[in-house]
Design a protein around this ligand. Structure first.
Ligand code: ADP
Length: 308
């Protein structure tokens, strides 16, 4: 099985305990999901990332880091006049705040060559993207991306989509909501988070979120809800499952991204709905119990032998 995740991976500068000293890492919602999928799926499956980066040293290091994690990078576009986006995390009185430099990042051009994107998706079982993937593109490139996804579905591929609503990346909430629903209409699996959806679509319950995406024609839907129960409609069956309690929530960064990876890895390999939800929640629980976006969860082989 081949899975292609599409979006933006940025350089992350995270503070260490000594003031003014930061650790350099790489993260971004769709990249985080690819990274966890790589950990969770047996090695015979290919997990590829599709984005655009620069031709500079920083971009080369990012590509090398992805490849070292086992993620296929060969279709990634390299733009000579751009580089990767950057964000810096600051800790003030225990609260994290983020500053971004991504307005001109190479990833904003990832759909400029639709034939290249179509080639990356060729033979894949799943193309995965998020609302952030859509937000960073020009309206024209966004339309091209959706056209490629429609063709991909017509040839038998599945599209997975996390709306990941980020109003600051959009000209207006109305434009964001319209683009999200349009992309949902091209998706087979949609993985929204209720808190975000309630804020921008005025959904009063997780059921309302599920009904709205079902109305857009989405077959499989999982509504995440933080510590609350997940509500899903999978293969026509409506199920609900409470996530396991987490003794100490250390850092919720990438909770949703890692949930998606755990869920998709199980769902795409034939797990029944409740088992797929349970794996998503179990991966997310491990991730929020530790610091950072990319937490060293057991790889596929270790999970099998431990019976996880
Ligand atoms: P996002 O990070 O995308 O906003 P959610 O907050 O809905 O997503 O969380 C995604 C998943 O992470 C949940 O479905 C759940 O499995 C897990 N999770 C998040 N917060 C908690 C929590 N406080 N306790 C237990 N699990 C949680």
């Amino acid at each position: 099985m081949r899975i292609v995740s599409i979006g933006e991976c940025m350089v992350e500068l995270a503070p260490l305990s000594e003031p003014g000293i930061f650790r350099l890492g790489y993260a971004g919602d769709t990249f985080n999901t690819a990274w966890y999928l790589r950990r969770l799926l047996p090695p015979e499956n290919v997990v590829a990332y599709f984005t655009a980066v620069g031709t500079d040293e920083t971009s080369a290091r990012l590509l090398a880091s992805m490849a070292a994690a086992g993620i296929e990078t060969r279709h990634i576009v390299q733009m000579p006049d751009r580089t990767v986006g950057l964000y810096l995390i600051e800790l003030r009185n225990g609260e994290r705040s983020f500053t971004y430099w991504r307005g001109q990042s190479a990833a904003r051009t990832l759909a400029a060559d639709p034939a290249r994107l179509a080639q990356a998706l060729s033979g894949a079982r799943l193309a995965y993207l998020s609302g952030i993937t859509l937000a960073i593109l020009s309206p024209g490139d966004r339309a091209s991306l959706l056209d490629v996804l429609r063709d991909f579905r017509a040839s038998g591929g599945l599209v997975g989509f996390d709306p990941n609503l980020r109003p600051r990346l959009w000209p207006s909430p109305a434009e964001m909501c319209a683009a999200i629903m349009q992309a949902a209409g091209c998706s087979d699996i949609v993985l929204p988070s209720f808190e975000d959806e309630a804020a921008f679509f005025a959904d009063t319950t997780p059921e309302a979120t599920l009904t709205r995406y079902a109305g857009a024609g989405v077959a499989d839907i999982v509504v995440k809800n933080g510590a609350g129960p997940m509500l899903a409609r999978l293969g026509g069956q409506v199920v609900q499952l409470a996530p396991p309690p987490v003794a100490e929530v250390v850092d919720t960064t990438a909770a949703g991204d890692s949930f998606n990876a755990g869920f998709l890895a199980a769902h795409l390999t034939g797990a029944v709905p409740l088992a797929a939800l349970a794996q998503g929640a179990q991966v997310a629980a491990q991730v929020i119990g530790a610091r950072g976006a990319l937490v060293d969860i057991p790889p596929a082989d270790a999970r099998l032998s431990a019976g996880i």
